[in-house]
Design a binder for this molecule. Structure first.
Ligand code: FE2
Ligand code: FE2
Length: 474
């Protein structure tokens, strides 16, 4: 039998928790089976310079070393408990935070945890083929880092299911390994996690946009009155920051490279830009439009009684709940929500409680806008007159008040015909995908070398040089 306390770094006293150990005895081998099948393609013998979470100390939590990914020590870490912590919102506000699952919220909480947990292995599945087309060893190491940490996030949610939900928790933990991204019969739970991530531009966009949805969901769950969930999510957020860094800098480096090549060769027309082997800016804008709109759907319906229930019962808070100055009960408050009425988009007030999805989406949009502003500065520095824009939040939506309406990026309600006339300019079309794919037909893995379509990063990982051997292929 495996010595789980040695293999699994943890701060949950796993060595003394027989129930948890027994649950993991079944689940851990199934997880390894999943990793071998659905983890990064052909990577199992590589030694990768990875960080591993080994504690929750703010400056000592991560250890960097070469690891074969199947031997990665997926650990279980919760932020240390604050004995005085209370439920900070909803009808239980002021009660001591719950250390066990309140019976009346059991199935709701389980669903919240399963929905979050399902996204973690999904993204590993979506990204599993990208190693074969990486633009550098540095980037290859980064995608593997993201993948093993999404694996650890799955562990984090499975820990909660095993520790607090008994038999149905164990069944849910198994189902998390059974669903597959994009599978027709047994797909992942949320739409964006069933979309393919076919190339590295899509990967960077995904980690910028969709991992940031993960951040906002984790932030809302980190406010939960169910203390173990709050503490688990707090620690996951430390790792999430790197994923968004990979996305933001990845797109930024692509933009930088494109602009450099445009300047050097004095070209502006997208077909001339493509002829030089870099990704033209309009294609980057289309990818942005796609990933942004698909991710906005993850927040759910603009008006939602589920969202109200999660909040009122103290299970899921708002972004930075305890920093907000209001009554944290919200029974009388209102919040603006958009609607399409008679071919126009109008804003209407809804009870804040039912509009909490929309509010979280708006908080997310603020942060996204800042990031897109930083990309814009990369373009502006070169003097190229191109503006990256965030489309209207109703653009290309399938969930909520905009579903079933055709909205242009600048917020016009369109007829089907008008939409069809422009769709190929607004979203990546098969030709765009084929072009981006054509740039990424092979991998670049000589230390210090980068593919032509992307600039090197400003610095290496963990103060290592850019030509460091981040991956040993064996
Ligand atoms: Fe994650
Ligand atoms: Fe992530």
């Amino acid at each position: 039998m495996i010595n789980y306390t040695e293999k699994i770094p943890n701060n949950v006293d796993l060595g003394r928790d027989r129930v948890l150990q027994r649950a993991l005895e079944h689940w851990q081998p199934a997880y390894m089976g999943w990793w071998y099948d659905m983890g990064p393609n052909e990577s199992h013998n590589y030694e990768v310079y990875l960080r591993t979470a080994i504690s929750v100390e703010p400056d000592g939590w991560a250890q960097f070393d070469y690891v074969k990914m199947p031997e990665y020590r997926w650990g279980i870490f919760l932020q240390p408990r604050d004995e005085k912590r209370e439920v900070n919102f909803g009808i239980h506000k002021g009660q001591p935070a719950w250390q066990e699952v309140p019976g009346e919220y059991r199935s709701t909480l389980r669903r919240v945890i399963v929905t979050q947990g399902d996204t973690e292995p999904a993204s590993v599945e979506q990204q599993r083929m990208l190693g074969t087309s990486c633009p550098s060893m540095y980037d290859l190491r980064n995608i593997f880092q993201v993948n093993v940490e999404e694996g650890r996030h799955l562990w984090a949610m499975v820990y909660l299911l095993h520790r607090y939900f008994g038999r149905d928790g164990r069944e849910e933990a198994e189902s998390l390994l059974a669903r597959r991204s994009g599978d027709a019969d047994n797909p992942r739970i949320l739409g964006a996690f069933n979309e393919p991530t076919p190339d590295w531009l899509a990967f960077y966009m995904f980690t910028f946009f969709t991992d940031r949805d993960g951040k906002f969901q984790l932030c809302a769950l980190a406010e939960s009155g169910f203390d173990p969930l709050a503490r688990t999510c707090r620690f996951m957020l430390t790792e999430e920051a790197h994923h968004m860094f990979v996305g933001e800098t990845g797109v930024s480096r692509i933009i930088q490279r494109t602009c450099e090549v445009m300047k050097e060769n004095k070209v502006e027309d997208p077909s001339d830009v493509r002829a030089l082997g870099v990704i033209d800016l309009p294609t980057i804008q289309k990818y942005l439009n796609f990933h942004y709109s698909v991710t906005l759907d993850l927040y759910g319906s603009d008006v939602s009684s589920n969202a109200a229930n999660y909040y009122t019962s103290g299970l899921k808070g708002r972004f930075r709940e305890t920093k907000l100055e209001d009554d944290h009960v919200l029974t009388d408050a209102e919040y603006p929500v958009s609607e399409v009425v008679g071919g126009k988009i109008i804003s209407k007030n809804a009870p804040t409680l039912t509009a909490l999805n929309e509010r979280l989406r708006d908080d997310y949009i603020d942060e996204i806008a800042d990031g897109v502003g930083r990309w814009q500065r990369v373009i502006d520095i070169t003097g190229i007159p191109f503006r990256l824009t965030l489309p209207h939040k109703g653009f290309h939506r399938e969930i909520g008040n905009f579903a079933g309406h055709l909205i242009s990026p600048d917020g016009q309600v369109l007829s089907e015909e008008a939409w069809k006339n422009h769709e190929l300019e607004w979203l990546p079309n098969p030709k765009d995908h084929a072009y981006v794919q054509s740039l990424m037909s092979g991998r670049v893995v000589e230390p210090g070398k980068f593919a032509n379509w992307i600039a090197p990063p400003a610095r290496g990982i963990n103060n290592q040089p850019l030509n460091f051997e981040y991956v040993r292929f064996n």
